[in-house]
Design a protein around this ligand. Sequence first.
Ligand code: MEV
Length: 445
Amino acid sequence: MPRRRKRDIIIKGFSKLLKEDKLKIVAELMDNQLEAMELLKSFWHNDNSRQKVFDEFSENTISNFYIPYGVAPNVIVNGRNHLVPLVIEESSVVAAASSSARFWSEHGGFHAEVINELKIGQVHFLWKGEKKKLLAVFDELKQYLRGAASDITANMESRGGGVVDMELIDMTAEIKNYYQIRVTFNTVDSMGANFINSCLEEFAGALQQFCKNQDSFTKEEKECQIIMSILSNYTPECLVTAWVECSYDELDKMDKGLTGQQFAEKFALAVKIAEVDVYRATTHNKGIFNGLDAVAIATGNDFRAIEAAGHTYAAKDGRYRSLSHVELKDGKFKYSLTLPLAMGTVGGLTSLHPLAKHSLEMLGKPSAKELMMIAASLGLANNFAAIRSLVTKGIQIGHMKMHLMNILNHFEATKEEKEKAVLYFVEHKVSFANVSKYMQEIRKN
Ligand code: MEV
């Protein structure tokens, strides 16, 4: 059967097939079936029990996708020196974080503080009644809901967390009859997604029951329609701030052509631009997430949740802005990053993924709060390195140097060719075209 036709066939029950059979189906769609099969299998772990762990993280697993695991040394946060694990494919991120960390290690290190660590979940429901009637029984309702979820919350409470508060939110001005119960949670060292969602689903059922039981409610008010119950990835009350500071003269060596003060002023202007221009703000914040995501992945945290919260927070005052800020005052450069970071150091992948577990051990088994501070410092480190390059030599020199290896690998350069190329491109501009030309030349010779 032609390949195109095969692609059109709807595959039923794929998830129930054995891994080998899934692999065969996938390989059959490729031009070179045997090669495709071999390629995918070559990335399987050769220890079956290890591979099984990865297979079970997700559904329909047919192979593993490798991403480099690197380390940024000399990351001093609140006086403590860390080797920070970073999982990222972008060539210059680890180098950028490391060079920033090295610089700041000699200028007081990173300072960080967790402002709060609360998470939010919502029960969304429709109720045909007046808010004041629900409010009148709301204290009683809260007790009822807490009681209904007590089996789930007991363990979290013994660790110092649990349900912190519940609030009734009237959304009827937006959608007819629409209310929320907004619940605040403390999940201590865990990311807590499963805990929050389990509580919320329990609350939803109990809310319906509670309404049914209310003698003071009309027939209509006894009916409460649950729309959905889910945590919110927007966690503005799970906030961390990281900052660095130094005098202008400590920045004297940042660029040959600029004094420390000139550098600080140009840097501050670049950050200001990201506060007023959404196009620049997006790229600016992307650079922050280069570091944050890399730490999140290395430690088994949900980087999509972290990104989502960060971007929403960046738009909290109605306009998307830079997450980092600079203050120049009394001859001092103070540069900070504040954002929500819902991270965990227990539960989820943090202990299941062998390398996530290793990362946390490497970081000295931090609490969630400590990890938030380390990750925020890394985000700031990457942002600092990016802005520093942008306002001085530009980023392409560094980027392309790091990219040189990728280009050389594209041309399947040998070890000797790589060594020669590295020396040659110290003096020459790295670009795909230049490397291509260079490879042709040396191979001709
Ligand atoms: C590249 O991954 C990140 C940068 O574009 C960030 C920035 O422009 O600030 C260098």
